[in-house]
Design a protein around this ligand. Structure first.
Ligand code: NAP
Length: 538
């Protein structure tokens, strides 16, 4: 079973033991004591090993491998001499592969201390040979692994490098799965999270996590709390299906929190990760293609957001997959599903979520939208999905936009297909009366919360604005209550917030991937908690 390890930089015995106790309390299985700065203090070292709340790895990492130990190899041999002078032995001793190969004395000392086929002493300590590259994937990656595999005293191979894209994680999984020996293969940085979370799916010896948000000992390391409560560490197994949100950036996406909470609630064997993919079709095609190609990864679906919604359509078409008709018309998709027969399906749950949010708010069905006059503010990506959806249901849609030409282009694209779509400049919003107003601009979004996309006189004359019975839907979800919604409610309108659209588009994705109805109330609760700054990993 893959262990959850916490790396602790040791400054004093008390500090390190307290950190180990806290790691144990939070659910870690193992600690690594980094003795870089206290090397040579044998009494402290013995105290660490004897009194640690968890089994431990002892590491004295030199500066040249990203550590803080400044001594030479000769003095490191002396440091290592203290490792087994106490009453207890550490579970592991970590030595860099490069030092082990280069220094005869260090190699001889390490071999003397650890358990291996040629060992005559009774010892249980295992040797971890490690390699770290803080820049990128080392060119001689497989050579390094072969050297570790070939060293008889090496019990565990540890290879860590800075990922340059999500594809690096796949190589880490392959290294673990090849199982020469128990292995730790991790990618650092913003692209490396999958290697840390899915280490368990592929049967790595361990993954590292931090006790607190500021306590990471390597770039991109999650906290124990995030691993356990956000990324479902305890539930991950070999068969776990992998999902994610593809976009750039995706660091602040709420989607991992809601989908993972949904998997938890339904006991579904899945995990959902942020998947940053650099802008452009090539990175999208290369990354998503490689993730889908690795059968053992069980990559089953993804939410796709800016800037890749158009790329998803193109990719699925090129792969011979199926594209939802309205997603094709909109020219953007937000959901990738790998179906049971292995074929791909691209669909758009944004327009359907907007339709359902409004219909539920009005207490009507989609058919009842026929002939309704709907004002859409904005002519960007969200507006395109909303206009397509309402026009598809036979509504008459008026697109109001700051850049009138864009409103015109959007109207022309959808006019006459099922409903009527016309364009108007944003300043003309009060000139005619609509039953539904939908804000698809970012005006009023955090932090610009005092802004509103409608003019001051919006509710003054009912014939030319809103009033009791009018429906006002703001697609913005942060803040939950925008100024637009507040003023509309004061004017007696029915108001619907962007959280409803967000929750519904996610629920539809969940259903596509799992075949089960999403726990919508849980989704809503998690979104509201996140927006209030609560919940795991915020
Ligand atoms: P987008 O493609 O960048 O389009 C933004 C639109 O807003 C453009 O038409 C733009 O007008 C207009 N606009 C921007 N700033 C403006 C300003 N200061 N004054 C007047 N018009 C302005 O963005 P998008 O992807 O459509 O997203 C728009 C909003 O939808 C987001 O802010 C987000 O809150 C919301 N959204 C919500 C959900 C959900 O699930 N609830 C999903 C998607 C989007 P020009 O054409 O003149 O530039």
């Amino acid at each position: 079973m893959t262990k959850l390890a916490v790396s602790i930089m040791v400054y004093s015995l008390e500090q390190a033991l307290a950190a180990a106790a806290l790691a144990a309390e939070r659910g870690a299985d193992l600690v690594e004591f980094r003795i870089d700065q206290v090397a040579g203090d044998t009494a402290l070292l013995n105290g660490l090993v004897e009194d640690s709340a968890l089994p431990c790895i002892i590491t004295c990492r030199p500066v040249w491998e990203g550590g803080l130990y400044e001594g030479d190899e000769k003095s490191r041999v002396a440091v290592l001499s203290g490792v087994q002078s106490g009453a207890q032995e550490p579970a592991y001793l970590d030595i860099e592969l490069a030092a082990y190969q280069r220094s005869v004395d260090l190699r001889a000392k390490a071999d003397q201390l650890v358990d291996h086929p040629g060992q005559v002493r009774a010892t249980t300590t295992g040797l971890i040979l490690s390699s770290h590259d803080f820049d990128s994937r080392p060119a001689d990656l497989y050579q390094r692994i072969e050297s570790m595999a070939a060293a008889p005293a090496c019990r565990v191979m540890k290879i860590v490098w800075e990922a340059r894209s999500l594809r690096d994680n796949l190589e880490a999984f392959e290294i673990i799965a090849s199982r020469h020996k128990p292995t730790i293969a991790l990618c650092m940085g913003q692209w490396g999270l999958p290697s840390r979370v899915l280490a368990k799916k592929f049967g790595a010896l361990l993954t590292f996590a931090a006790i607190d948000p500021g306590g990471a000992t390597a770039p991109g390391q999650p906290t124990i709390q995030e691993l356990k409560h956000l990324y479902r560490w305890d539930a991950i197994g070999q068969q776990t299906r992998v999902f994610g949100v593809i976009g750039y950036p995706v660091g602040h996406s709420m989607s991992p929190a809601i989908h993972n909470a949904g998997f938890d609630e339904l006991g579904y064997d899945g995990v959902y990760l942020p998947m940053p993919v650099a802008p452009g079709y090539e990175p999208f095609q290369a990354t998503v293609g490689a993730w889908l190609d690795m059968a053992a990864l069980d990559f089953t679906g993804a939410s796709v957001t800016i800037p890749h919604k158009e790329n998803l359509l193109r990719f699925v078409k090129e792969q011979g997959g199926q594209v939802e008709a309205l997603a094709q018309e909109i020219g953007a998709a937000n959901t990738l599903t790998k179906q049971d027969d292995g074929t791909l399906y691209a669909s758009n749950t944004d327009y359907a979520a907007a339709l359902d949010a409004v219909c539920d708010g009005m207490g009507v069905g989609r058919d009842d939208l026929k002939g309704q006059r709907v004002a859409v503010l904005g002519a960007g990506g969200a507006a395109r999905a909303v206009v397509a959806g309402f026009a598809h249901c036979g509504a008459t849609v008026v697109v109001y936009n700051r850049t009138f030409e864009k409103a015109q282009a959007l109207a022309e694209r959808f006019n006459g297909k099922t409903g009527k779509v016309v364009a108007a400049p944003l300043e003309k919003l009060c000139d005619s009366c609509c039953q539904v107003y939908i804000n698809c601009t970012p005006i009023g979004m955090h932090p610009d919360v005092d802004a509103t996309p409608v003019p001051e006189n919006m509710g003054v004359e009912r014939s030319n604005g809103w009033g009791p019975g009018t429906v006002v839907f703001d697609t913005i979800y942060n803040p939950v209550q925008t100024r637009l919604l507040r003023e509309a409610r004061e004017a007696g309108c029915v108001t619907i917030g962007g959280v409803e659209m967000f929750v519904r588009q996610a629920a539809m994705q969940f259903k596509l991937w799992t075949g089960q109805d999403a726990p919508v109330d849980t989704f809503r609760r998690v979104v509201l908690e996140r927006l209030a700054g609560e919940g795991p990993g915020v």
